[in-house]
Design a binder for this molecule. Sequence first.
Ligand code: SER
Length: 307
Amino acid sequence: MILVTGANGQIGQVLTKRLREIHGADNVLASDITKIEGYEEKFEFLDILNKIRMKEIIHDYDVTQIYHLAAILSANGEWNPKKTWNINMNGVLTMFSLAEEKKIDKIFLPSTIAVFGTTTPRINTPQHVPLMPETVYGMSKATCENWSNYFYNRYKLDIRSLRYPGIIGYQSLPGGGTTDYAVEIFYAALRGKAYTCFLKPDTRLPMMYMDDAIRATTEIMEADEKDIKIRTSYNLAAMSFTPAEITAEIQKHIPTFKVKYEPDFRQDIASSWTESIDDSHARADWNWSHKYDLEKMVKDMLENVRV
Ligand code: SER
């Protein structure tokens, strides 16, 4: 059985569906702290801090692979830093320890561009760079990357990880991230409303379309173990744009669309991240290549977002 934690999240909803297409609906168990529509079958409530419950689920369902997506994101994490650290860090350590005990075959643990900080080179950020994140979310993910590497080296636990950029998709809504504006903007545009952006117009961030993010995830998990040479987390890239650039791209389809700018605390978070990512290791080691650029992504979003 494949277990997905955080299956209600932005990526979780889409990834669970894709894993069910690949492996069969009966072989993928969705879990989260609340239940949403679409998980009528094969769903368990799971708070990732509840070690006993996690252990029961892993043993009762004979779990062999885990996609551990449950986490609190960058912006929401700042409201309660200690709670965020507890969930993002101790949830992972609990899961790694149980996985080591049960000899789980493979684990996917997402990381993020939030591991980078103001001491990281901003343009074409290389794979191996100083990580001095400024959010508690980034701190927890950077630490998790090192724990992944440690559990791989010490216990041969096959943990694979990607540093996701901001993810944009029509299938689900993001929750509490700094890149959420790039999804929200489509809902305003399609409702014929002006959008108030919480980042400045020239804030360039690395982004990726959901289809590419899901494919990257399934591809790294299907790759030969010997090809996964980075056991902290792989840089992963597709496109980088600013709020002004995505607005201009949407205006090519909806010329009347307007955006105003009211930067809030999320601007500081975005400014501490890097602008573009060098993901050549992912491309060389397990053949990663993206399909969606800004133009293609905007067109697909405008065709598929339901308002
Ligand atoms: N999209 C995430 C966030 O903004 C980045 O990992 O928090």
